[in-house]
Write a protein that binds this ligand. Structure first.
Ligand code: NAD
Length: 454
């Protein structure tokens, strides 16, 4: 459920905007979000970079094929919908001038909610200190650009492995699109997918990239989970909605709405993974996508934390995922090309007062992504594992946070507003798509570039 942010509504009015300008207050704009049939970007997309590279060619061709109006110069009249800068050939600090030379004139001509996407190579794979420095420099530059942008615009960095240029297109497209509204200041790594050298097959219907796929979403009865189910359903997946029996009525309503099925299971039950798998098989023929979203908080300062609160949070948010994955990732579990998406939190990155148990569980989720993302057996089956780490998202949970803390959470990020559950869901749908076979082991924050843990 989307909760209204009164301040954003206020500064969107003429009088409110004048007052905010006079007082130097933050001026959040209503973010551009996905609407079926709308073009990839609102305006031409400038694609430039340092030297002619395979990445540059793949980007120009691929984005044109995806319907973008790709240009090589800043247009005199129109506002840009996005800028993509290819720095994959940056071998030393002086090569970074190409980043400045491409971006500086383009930033003056950016439209509302425009996108900057920088494309580079992974510093860890560099062959000289100068090259590694130049590659790492892109992260500092991109995060700074994200902080300089206004009016709902975002900047993100994509690090592409050698030979994975075509596989990176889905990631660049997501970051250019309205689906990434609240993803800002992030770094996404795209590896080389096993057994694929060319571009991943484009979906028959770009509006339904998950057509024919069966997905399970835990904690789907409300909040972020309900929007994940809706978004995966919108993208064409058949969705199994899982939640505890006490949430049964809401669960049934969400399952009906998305044309999927409801399964009442407590994720901490020993046989939860097996039951989910059996349900997906018997009702829908198999399982392709698992979204581990169910989560709880039981906040207390550590000095007052009892063993029950500690263990409860760690088991629902972390232990249950390990147990369920034993069944879900077994050889007879997820089908080939499967997708696992976990839900972490910026509390698991930055830490949060009163949330040692929760932060431990959500940091542990990142550990799981590191482990599964490096698992060769999963890779050979084409299974990817990634996580989203939401920042301040407008939900029933955050609506109960005291006003001052809530306002801080909303404003202490580059977009000066909280995200919506659908923003988290869109990032999950991106990870879940068949085209993202080369994207594994990533943790992408959906936090509007929150200052926490940055
Ligand atoms: N709301 C935020 O700002 C925010 C920020 C960061 C991370 N998250 C994470 O996003 C996820 C969803 O959060 P939300 O805000 O929608 O929470 P929510 O409390 O609104 O919904 C969580 C759902 O999980 C279900 N659930 C809880 N325990 C379960 C169990 N043992 N078995 C099956 N289902 C169970 C609940 O019944 C509920 O429907 C959680 O993992 C949460 O930690 C939320």
């Amino acid at each position: 459920m989307a909760h209204t942010d009164g301040y954003t509504a206020f500064v969107s009015s003429t009088a409110g905007r004048k007052i905010a300008t006079t007082l130097g207050l933050p001026q959040p704009v209503a973010l551009r979000r996905h609407v079926a049939g709308r073009p990839l970007a609102d305006g031409p997309v400038l694609v430039g970079g340092h030297a002619d590279t395979p990445a540059l060619t793949a980007l120009r061709d691929g984005l044109t094929a995806a319907g973008a109006d790709v240009v090589e110069e800043v247009p005199a009249e129109q506002r840009l919908g996005g800028v993509v800068v290819d720095l994959t050939a940056a071998d030393g600090p002086t090569d970074l001038e190409s980043l400045r030379a491409t971006l500086a004139p383009a930033l003056k001509r950016l439209g509302r909610c425009a996108r900057v996407v920088v494309v580079g190579r992974d510093p860890a794979l560099a062959t000289s200190p100068a090259q590694r420095a130049a590659r790492r420099a892109l992260e500092g530059a991109t995060r700074s650009v994200a902080k300089e942008l206004r009016a709902g615009a975002t900047a993100n960095l994509v690090l592409v492995a050698d030979g994975a240029e075509a596989g990176a297109l889905g990631t660049v497209t997501f970051l250019l699109s309205a689906r990434s509204a609240y993803v800002d200041g992030q770094v996404v790594r795209v590896g080389a997918a096993p057994g694929t050298s060319g571009a991943p097959e484009a979906p028959a219907d770009p509006e339904r990239p998950l057509a024919g796929r069966v997905a399970v979403v835990t904690g789907a009865a409300r909040g972020i989970g309900a929007d994940i189910a809706r978004t995966l359903g919108r993208d064409g997946a058949t969705v199994v909605c899982v939640d505890i029996p006490a949430a049964g009525a809401h669960l049934a309503a969400v399952a009906n709405e998305v044309g999927g099925t409801a399964l009442q299971v407590d994720v901490t039950a020993d046989d939860a993974g097996r039951r989910i798998l059996e349900h997906a098989r018997s009702r829908h023929g198999g399982l392709d996508v698992v979204v581990h979203n169910a989560g709880i908080t039981r906040d207390k300062l550590l000095v007052n934390m009892d063993a029950e609160r500690w263990a409860g949070v760690l088991d629902v948010n972390l232990g249950s995922i390990l147990r369920m994955n034993e069944a879900l990732l077994a050889d007879d579990g997820l089908r080939e090309g499967g997708r696992v998406v976990l839900v972490s939190s910026i509390a698991g990155i930055a830490g949060n007062r009163g949330q040692t148990n929760y932060a431990a569980s959500k940091a542990g989720v990142i550990g799981l992504v590191d482990a599964y993302g490096a698992d060769d057996a999963l890779r050979d089956r084409g299974i990817t594992v990634n996580a989203v780490a939401p920042g301040f998202i407008e939900t029933e949970m955050t609506a109960k946070v005291p006003l001052a803390t809530r306002e801080l959470g909303r404003r202490l990020n580059s977009l000066n507003q909280g995200g919506l559950p659908v923003d988290v869901a869109e990032a999950i749908a991106y990870f879940a798509a068949p085209a993202q076979g080369a994207v594994s082991g990533n943790v992408v924050r959906v936090c509007g570039q929150s200052l926490l843990g940055a």
